[in-house]
Design a protein around this ligand. Structure first.
Ligand code: TRP
Length: 337
């Protein structure tokens, strides 16, 4: 435990979360909440950078993301949970930061270059229809981070370039206005490997290879029966190769206890465990593991006012913290107030 250190991280409201999010991000957040002061938020303004014209599900998606956090064990007593757009100070800080950020810093952000692929093409010239706000993605992210003057940002490797820009912006602010106001937040890389999709590719909602935290048990079992195993194995009593089993065995490693994993491995290698039976058992193990999470999710779905209350209280706390920093910024820039 690093006493008094602050952490923050966020997710765009993309809808119901899957097991890739759970093992890749949420299990990590759940651990961190015991050791740090944590701020976790739904980045709804960031969603607008690529989907400003597809907002019908935006509110529900924000709720779904928070429902999945609560299901996974994020504890609102330990963490500040908020929605970005409920903290207007972040937008104000973004304005100040946008003034001091050189254009070429955002233009060469490699993560943004990947994100451009999600932007729809402009039919008149066949180029991505990139908006002013989209270019500001990393600047808005810098505002998220600097607003709470955090020490660490737990993220996946794909976000590191953004965090580096945020540090550059923090340093530049301190230099220009000759203050020692902003910390340079460090990324805290998630060590846990992401769980693969059922087809062996990266798990993702748009690839239709994911299992949602909120899926029911039958759906989960059906999906797992489609998971790729050892492609070279022809008959069920041929000796299997757990190391060549593309998906199912890695799920056992995530969901099974040590003893089970050893048994599965030994039986598979000895040709005493067919892939169909193995996956049937795996489906039970996955459903057993997820049952308490799903029950917690169901509870909150049926008490959605409690979830709204959690977000309202978290956002209120966030606004109070943010206002202090914003006033320091206004003074540093020598704004009229
Ligand atoms: N860009 C992040 C993602 O796509 C979400 C995000 C927005 C974020 N602001 C942040 C993450 C600040 C960490 C800190 O996952």
């Amino acid at each position: 435990m690093e006493q008094g250190k602050r952490i923050m991280s966020g997710m765009r409201p993309t809808g119901k979360l899957h097991l890739g999010h759970y093992f890749g991000v949420l299990t990590n957040w759940v651990k961190l909440q015991n050791d740090y002061e944590c701020f976790f938020f739904v980045a709804d303004w960031h969603a607008l950078t690529t989907k400003f014209d597809k907002t019908d599900d935006l509110q529900q998606n924000c709720l779904d993301v928070v429902l999945d956090w609560l299901a996974a064990g994020i504890d609102p007593e330990k963490c500040v949970i908020y929605v970005q757009s409920q903290v207007p100070q972040i937008a104000q800080l973004h304005v100040y930061l946008s003034m001091i950020t050189p254009n070429n810093w955002v233009e060469r952000d490699p993560t943004l270059k990947d994100l451009v692929k999600m932007v729809k093409t402009d039919e008149s010239n066949n180029k991505p229809d990139v908006s002013y706000g989209f270019l500001g993605y990393p600047v808005l992210m810098a505002a998220d981070i600097m607003m709470f003057n955090v020490d660490y940002v737990p993220v996946g490797i794909d976000q590191v370039a953004h965090i580096e820009i945020a540090r550059d912006i923090a340093r530049r602010f301190n230099n220009i206005y000759k203050v020692d106001l902003f910390k340079e937040a460090q990324p805290k890389l998630t060590q846990i490997p992401l769980l693969k999709g059922l087809d062996g590719q990266k798990m993702g909602k748009s690839f239709h290879n994911d299992i949602k935290i909120s899926d029911d048990e039958e759906t989960t079992a059906k999906k797992i029966m489609q998971a790729i195993t050892d492609r070279s194995r022809a008959r069920k009593d041929d000796p299997g190769h757990p190391d060549k089993c593309e998906v199912a065995f890695s799920y056992w490693e995530a969901f099974g206890d040590k003893e089970t994993i050893e048994t599965v491995k030994a039986e598979c290698c000895a040709g005493k465990r067919g892939c169909v039976e193995c996956k049937r058992q795996l489906a039970c193990a996955v459903n057993d593991y997820l049952r308490p999470l799903r029950e917690r999710r169901k509870y909150y779905e049926n008490h959605i006012d409690e979830v709204r209350e959690i977000i309202a209280k978290g956002s209120e706390k966030a606004r109070i913290e943010a206002q202090k920093v914003l006033e320091q910024v206004q003074d540093a820039v020598k704004m009229y107030r």
